[in-house]
Design a protein around this ligand. Structure first.
Ligand code: CAA
Length: 256
């Protein structure tokens, strides 16, 4: 299977498993990623989703270039919409997602990582949007998500030059949350453990509020925050969290 879904404790792990093509995204693989994300959304015992790539060379080298040639414009547009809609599933997934970038994350591979809530990089990770070298521009969300994460100027530099950014530079520009040594899946599980113990509905409200920051004015965003923070306050977990503080004990959240 070119897309494998496994579970490690309370973390689902989606592995892109096509190392002979550096885990390039065929249209079938995109559809399989979409199905795997849908499956994760149904699992009540999953509290985070990790993505990784099989092999030691690549997270994902982007869209399968061999599939891209000689397509009608209609098919090309549908392909971009497919990639965009599959990656957008991560926005509405009830749990946060972490891209574990172990090697190349180019083109659509970087766009998948950008759609995740967080990104960790191995020391040998390399990031780029090299579409311009193919006479193309990013089509799976890169022109929209990259500037929201690293700012317009840095995003434009990557998109217009197609240059490769190494792990240290990616960390410096805020493209990744951290660079990790050793087993990146183990690092991803540890990173996820930093939030999976909290109330899932409250985590989801926090993600919703932050997501809106990218497309609302400050005044509108503050109104959204007031509404969503009030919703968080209404949960039983908020009552439990505040009671636990006052009673000087560890909170026991029940996702309610
Ligand atoms: N599509 C299809 N096959 C790919 C691929 C891709 N994106 N990237 C690598 N492969 C294949 C290669 O063709 C090769 O297979 P064959 O030997 O059968 O030809 C195999 O993977 C190994 O690749 P290389 O021999 O090229 O490995 P390398 O270490 O010399 O180079 C690399 C690694 C720099 C990542 C290079 O493979 C490369 O530049 N790949 C293309 C990256 C790219 O341009 N990505 C953007 C794609 S377009 C896109 O993603 C649009 C979008 O927005 C959705």
């Amino acid at each position: 299977m070119a897309v494998e879904l496994t579970q490690n404790g309370d973390c689902a792990v989606i592995t892109l498993n096509r190392p002979e093509a550096l885990n390039a995204l065929s249209f079938q693989i995109l559809r399989d990623i979409g199905a795997a994300i849908d499956e994760v959304a149904t699992r009540k015992d999953v509290r985070a989703l990790l993505f990784t790539g099989a092999g030691d060379k690549a997270f994902c080298a982007g869209a399968d270039i061999k599939e891209l040639r000689n397509r009608s414009l209609v098919d090309q547009k549908r392909g971009a919409e497919l990639g965009q809609s599959v990656f957008a599933k991560l926005d509405t997934l009830p749990v946060a997602s972490v891209a574990l970038v172990n090697g190349y994350a180019f083109g659509g591979g970087l766009e998948l990582a950008l759609a995740c809530s967080f990104r960790l990089a191995s020391v040998n990770a390399k990031f780029g949007l090299p579409e311009v070298k193919l006479g193309l521009i990013p089509g799976y969300g890169g022109t929209q998500r990259l500037p929201r994460i690293v700012g317009e100027s840095r995003a434009l530099e990557m998109i217009l030059t197609g240059k490769t950014v190494d792990a240290a530079a990616a960390e410096q520009m805020g493209l990744v949350n951290a660079v990790v040594e050793g087993d990146i899946v183990a690092a991803g599980l540890k990173f996820a453990a930093g939030f999976t113990g909290y109330s899932l509905p409250v985590l989801e409200l926090a993600r919703r509020a932050v997501q809106r920051a990218g497309d609302l004015s400050l005044a509108e965003g503050l109104r959204v925050e007031a509404d969503l923070s009030t919703l968080a306050y209404c949960t039983a977990d908020a009552e439990e969290g505040m009671a636990a503080f006052q009673e000087k004990r560890k909170a026991e959240f029940k996702d309610g």
